[in-house]
Design a protein around this ligand. Sequence first.
Ligand code: FPP
Length: 235
Amino acid sequence: MTTENSCQHVAIIMDGNGRWAKKRGMPRTYGHKKGAENVVKITRSMKESGIKFLTLYAFSTENWQRSKDEVDALMQLLNEYLDKELKEIMENNVRIRFIGERYMLSPSIQEKMLHLEKESAENTDLTLCIALSYGSRQEILAATQKIAQKVASGKMDVSQITQEAFSNELYTRDIPDPDILIRTSGEQRISNYLLWQLAYTELFFTDTLWPDFDKNELCDIIQSFNKRERRYGKN
Ligand code: FPP
């Protein structure tokens, strides 16, 4: 008997690149390189599994505090990804979106992000949302400030501050909340990721390090989500 898939949005905290590299006696940056390769593989697997939205935590606001060498290596990988992946994204009918404080990134990276978003805007199979220089508390504060400004200028009444109005001020305004959150590498924290959006999300933690996370494990998680949902309903 096949279980119907009711999961449309998967969010992932891709953790464990550094430990994956250390286990092999390699530098942390090698782990990030393998992690970036896995982003491409897992994006394909998501599409094949019928997932419509995938949100990946690629770089948090806290990650700016890592060593300059590591930040530079991550930015370099991101640059390569933005240069190389347009073809794959278009061939696979993937729409790409970036969330986070993009003004913190270099102007050339920002330009490439905008270009990818524009080129892929009409694609419909999968929305790949990449969180870059992203922090959820910062996102919530920015939304609160925007709403406060609207109220102060008389454009909005206090009674109009609903959950929907608030969601509409977040980076994720037109993206449904995640059904599943996966964090790899055995850590069991949310780490300032999508705090508002994860309110009803099912959480899955795996010991697998991100570069080793594969389609089989993804399918197991989706299957287990479908069973959980049937048992507990959506509350
Ligand atoms: C956590 O591993 C991972 C990150 C800080 C960044 C994730 C980045 C990538 C997968 C590559 C770049 C992404 C794109 C979209 C091109 P960690 O360094 O915290 O690992 P550790 O906990 O084992 O040290």
